[in-house]
Design a binder for this molecule. Structure first.
Ligand SMILES: [Zn+2]
Length: 302
């Protein structure tokens, strides 16, 4: 896809409002800048929302778009084949369950996934006893979710009209970096959560060694659709500004469980090693992973 000058727009920092940023990287004609006031990293100028919308066609979901790592159709097949094995999705759902229990929450919690894609995570969540619903911009992807028998609306966050205090859990995996106004979106999402409800998000980690080593070649720099690059500190500030408490940010990438199983630290189907020695290795790997992972997982409470 080629872009014209009129496809772009400039904007101030979404986190602090300052219009004072320095270019850090240049990639495929895009500029990735860092705010001199708060340190937030973002694509500026960026594509206008209408142009961005055109990027998420069926090709995108099949891995032929600007993010070639996206292969949701492949994910559905893989998910169907290995439905019973314990994945990082299970780990996230167990973590969410644990947080809800601490807040004394319901037996069948209501869970909304924003940007649910083809519904692989929602299907897992349903298996964990959550009452699930999805929000997804792509009709193409949403049809996969409907086929699973899970309700899904094809709307943006701005256009969705959920009541206040509706959900026990809201999930946004690899979504926040795509939104033009993350702060506004987080405030909306917080309203939709019940008091004590949990927001779970996953996104890239700008502070990862991989970004520092590879610079503009870092795989997560996809300035066509990735508008924001969060670090632990800026993410925590975002959530505080949006009114969340109990913010927990940890860096664990999507390949963690696979790596642990390949190293035989974790047996298939296990969430935690039963053997004490392997359990120590598990803690060490996860501890080290926090400092090296390119991915960030965020849990916050309303
Ligand atoms: Zn700023």
């Amino acid at each position: 896809m080629t872009f014209q000058p009129e496809d772009f727009e400039s904007h101030p920092c979404d986190l602090c409002g300052a219009n004072d940023a320095t270019e850090r990287y240049s990639k495929r004609g895009f500029s990735i800048v860092q705010c001199n006031k708060c340190g937030m990293v973002y694509t500026n100028p960026r594509l206008k929302p209408a142009k961005i919308g055109e990027l998420y066609d069926a090709n995108y979901f099949q891995g032929h778009g600007f993010d070639e790592s996206v292969n949701y159709v492949g994910d559905v097949k893989e998910h169907g084949a290995a439905k019973s094995s314990y994945t990082l999705n299970d780990w996230d759902l167990d973590t969410i369950r644990h947080m809800l229990k601490q807040n004394g929450s319901t037996v069948k919690p209501r869970l909304l996934e924003i940007g649910c894609g083809t519904g692989v995570f929602l299907d897992k969540a349903r298996g964990h006893g959550f009452d699930c619903e999805g929000l997804e911009l792509s009709e193409y992807a949403a049809n996969f979710v409907r086929e699973m028998g899970i309700p899904v609306q094809t709307k943006s966050i701005e256009d969705a009209s959920f009541g206040d205090n509706t959900w026990d859990v809201i999930v946004m995996r690899e979504v926040i970096e795509h939104l033009p106004h993350p702060l506004e979106a987080l405030k909306t999402v917080r309203k939709w959560l019940k008091p004590g409800g949990v927001l779970f998000m996953a996104t890239g980690n700008y502070d990862s060694p991989e970004r520092k080593l590879r610079g503009a070649d870092w795989f997560y720099f996809m300035p066509e659709g990735h508008l924001y690059y969060f670090a632990n500190r800026t993410m925590a500030r975002y959530l505080r500004e949006a009114g969340f408490s109990g913010v927990h940010v940890t860096n664990q990438g999507d390949k963690l469980m696979e790596k642990l199983r390949n190293a035989r630290i974790l047996a298939p189907g296990e969430s935690k090693p039963g053997n004490p020695l392997r359990r120590i290795a598990f803690s060490i790997v996860r501890g080290v992973n926090h400092f090296i992972s390119s991915g960030m997982r965020i849990y916050a409470v309303k």
